[in-house]
Design a protein around this ligand. Structure first.
Ligand code: IPM
Ligand code: MG
Length: 399
C-alpha cells in the first residue's frame, strides 16, 4: 500500500478543511443585505465575457441603457463596461479572474455578465477554474435564482439553486490520489443551507406562493444532502402558512416533464449541481436555455447572467451575430426588478414573453435562417415601448 500517497491526500484534505472553516467564519460574520435605494450613484457594471457573450452583452446593454435613460441622465444610475474577463486574458494570467479585474468588479454592487468560456481537461486553454464559479465564490453570491415561466401552460417556477457549495465548492481541488484513484469533494454547510432555504421561503412569502419544494438525493448522499434537507425542514417551520415538501432529484427530473403534475411546483430549492442540471431542463421547456435568465444574489453583490455558455463555435463559424440575446435580456429584466425598478423589469419580461413565446414574428435560429440578435433586440424594445404591451400580454396568456 502506498502510504505516502495516503498521507499526501490527508494533508491536502486538511488544507481544504482549513480554508472552508475560514470561509464559514466569514459567512457567519457577513454584513446584512445592501440597500440599493441608498446608493447614489447606483453603479451597474457590464462584463461582456467571451465567445457570443460579447455580442449578446452589447444587446442587453443597449436595452438597459434605453430603459434607464432618465436615471442615467440624472446621474442616479451609472452603466460602465468592465474589461478583461475574456478567456484570453484569464488564460494569460493563469487564473479564473485576474486580480485587477476582480478589484474592478468589486466596485460595482450590480453587474450584468455575458457567458465566459469554462476550460476543461484537454482544451487548448489552461485548465483554470470556471470564472462563473470563482466570481460566485469571491462575491459570496450564494443564491442562483432562476425563474422559468410558461404562462399559457400555467408554469411559473422559481429555482433557488445554492451557488457556492456542494460539488462546486472544491470542484477544482480534487486529487488524483495515486495511479488508480481520483477523488472530488462534496461540501454542504449548515449556514450555507440555511441562507438559501430562507431566501426561497422569503420569496414564497413575498409573492404569495404557497409551496416550497426541496430537491436532493438524501436517500443516497446521506451526510451532505441529508444536512441540506434537515435544515430545509427546520427553516420551513418558521413559515407555517407555506407548504414544504421534498423530492429526489431523479424523480423530480421526471416530474418536470409530467404535464399533469409540473404546474403544481412553485418555488424549488436545491444544492448547486442538481440546480445546475434541473434549471437547464426547465429552461428548455420555456424555449431553450437561450431564453432563461439567471440571478446570482449575495448580501452585498448581485450578478445577472445568461444561463448558457459562450458557444465559441458560433464565433469560429462566423454566426455569432445570430446568437440569441434573450437569456441575457431576461437577466437584465431580473436586474431591473432586483434594484427596485420592478415595473420596468416586468414590462421587459412581458415583451420577452410576447416576442419569444407568443407572437414570434421574428425567430432566432442561431444562423442566417433567422434574424440577428440586434434585430431581435429592436423587436423586443419596440414591444416595451408599445402602450398596448400589458393588454397584449394578457390577451396572449388568456387566449
Ligand atoms: C451555469 C453554468 C456554469 C455552472 C458553468 C459554466 C460553470 O452551467 O451557470 O449554470 O455550472 O454553474
Ligand atoms: Mg448550467
Amino acid at each position: 500500500m502506498d502510504h505516502a500517497a495516503i498521507n499526501r491526500a490527508k494533508e491536502h484534505f486538511g488544507k481544504l478543511l482549513e480554508a472552508q472553516m475560514k470561509r464559514m467564519e466569514k459567512v457567519k460574520a457577513a454584513p446584512d443585505w445592501i440597500d440599493y435605494a441608498k446608493l447614489s450613484p447606483l453603479k451597474i457594471g457590464i462584463l461582456a465575457g467571451d465567445g457570443i457573450g460579447v455580442y449578446i452583452a452589447a444587446q442587453s446593454k443597449r436595452v438597459l441603457e434605453f430603459l434607464l435613460k432618465d436615471e442615467v441622465k440624472s446621474g442616479r444610475v451609472v452603466i460602465n463596461d468592465i474589461e478583461g474577463l475574456t478567456i484570453e486574458n484569464r488564460a494569460a494570467h493563469g487564473c479564473a479572474i485576474p486580480a485587477d479585474v476582480l478589484e474592478e468588479i468589486k466596485k460595482y454592487p450590480v453587474t450584468l455578465k455575458g457567458p465566459t468560456t469554462t476550460p476543461r481537461k484537454g482544451d487548448p486553454w489552461p485548465n483554470i477554474e470556471s470564472c462563473n464559479v470563482a466570481v460566485r465564490k469571491e462575491l459570496d453570491l450564494f443564491a442562483n435564482v432562476r425563474p422559468v415561466r410558461i404562462p399559457k401552460q400555467g408554469i411559473d417556477w422559481i429555482f433557488f439553486r445554492e451557488n457556492t457549495e456542494d460539488l462546486y465548492a472544491l470542484g477544482s481541488n480534487g486529487i488524483d490520489v495515486d495511479a488508480d484513484i481520483s477523488i472530488d469533494f462534496k461540501l454542504i454547510t449548515g449556514p450555507g443551507s440555511d441562507r438559501i432555504c430562507r431566501l426561497a421561503f422569503e420569496n414564497a412569502k413575498k409573492n404569495g406562493r404557497k409551496r416550497v419544494t426541496c430537491v436532493t438525493k438524501a436517500n443516497v448522499v446521506k451526510t451532505t444532502d441529508g444536512r441540506f434537507l434537515e435544515n430545509f425542514y427546520r427553516i420551513a417551520k418558521e413559515y407555517p402558512g407555506i407548504e414544504a415538501d421534498d423530492w429526489y432529484i431523479d424523480i423530480m427530473t421526471a416530474k418536470l416533464v409530467d404535464e399533469k403534475r409540473r404546474r403544481d411546483f412553485q418555488v424549488l430549492v436545491l444544492p448547486n449541481l442538481y440546480g445546475d442540471i434541473l434549471t437547464d431542463e426547465a429552461a428548455e421547456m420555456q424555449g431553450g436555455v437561450g431564453t432563461a435568465g439567471s440571478a446570482n444574489i449575495g448580501k452585498q453583490y448581485a450578478m445577472f447572467e445568461a444561463i448558457h455558455g459562450s458557444a465559441p463555435r458560433m464565433v469560429t463559424e462566423g454566426r455569432a451575430q445570430y446568437a440569441d440575446p434573450c437569456s441575457m435580456i431576461r437577466a437584465a429584466a431580473m436586474l431591473l426588478s432586483h434594484i427596485g425598478y420592478t415595473d420596468i423589469g416586468k414590462k421587459l419580461e412581458m415583451a420577452l414573453d410576447i416576442t419569444g413565446q407568443y407572437e414570434k414574428k421574428m425567430v432566432i435560429t442561431g444562423r442566417a435562417t433567422g434574424v440577428t440578435g440586434e434585430t431581435f433586440t429592436d423587436y423586443v424594445m419596440d414591444w416595451v415601448k408599445n402602450p398596448k404591451l400589458k393588454d397584449a400580454w394578457e390577451g396572449y396568456v388568456k387566449g
